[in-house]
Structures are given as C-alpha cells and as structure tokens.
Design a protein around this ligand. Structure first.
Ligand SMILES: [Zn+2]
Length: 100
C-alpha cells in the first residue's frame, strides 16, 4: 500500500487534484508533456509531511514517467517492472483528458 493512498482516496484530494491540474495547465511540470497520463504528485511525500497532504503548494503535475522516476528515487527502488507499472497506472485516477 502506498503511503499516500489514504489521502488520494478522499474527495478532498480529488478536488485538490483538479485544482493542481488547472494551475499547472494540464501538463507535466518537469518535461512539459501533455500526456494522457498526468498525475498529481506530492512534492514532499505524504509519509514525510502528512500535514501538507492537502496543500496546493505541495502538489505538482507530473506525467506518469516523471512521477514513476521521482517515486522510485524516493523509495529507493531500482526499478519497477512494466507489468507492475501498468497495474499501478490502472489503479491511479484517470485524468479528464482520458475520459472520452
Ligand atoms: Zn514528465
């Protein structure tokens, strides 16, 4: 279970997530991708700063690959398999641009 799961399941987070996407203009703040798979990341991880879980200033929009890279660095995992990533992406919220 990811540390942020408790937060990202809430209605409050879903609203904040939309705000972050709007603020960052629906593009990855790191590589500028307007990929279909955009995720809203906690700049300071929830497990370190749970008090910042719902701070818009602690949120940034990342595409799935930038997000995966950041998360890997945070957890110290060498890599995750494509199958695991696919499954994880599947569990993430679908951004509005994917809801056709
Ligand atoms: Zn990116």
């Amino acid at each position: 279970m990811r540390h942020s799961a408790k937060v990202t399941r809430t209605k409050r987070w879903k609203a904040l997530r939309q705000e972050a996407l709007r603020r960052d203009d629906y593009q990855c703040v790191q590589c500028g991708a307007r990929a279909c798979r955009l995720e809203v990341d906690h700049i300071l991880p929830v497990r370190d700063r749970p008090d910042l879980s719902y701070e818009l200033s602690n949120c940034q929009v990342l595409c799935s690959s930038c997000h995966a890279r950041k998360t890997r660095l945070e957890i110290g995992f060498p890599d995750i398999s494509p199958e695991r990533r696919k499954w994880r992406d599947f569990l993430e919220d679908t951004p509005p641009c994917c809801k056709a």
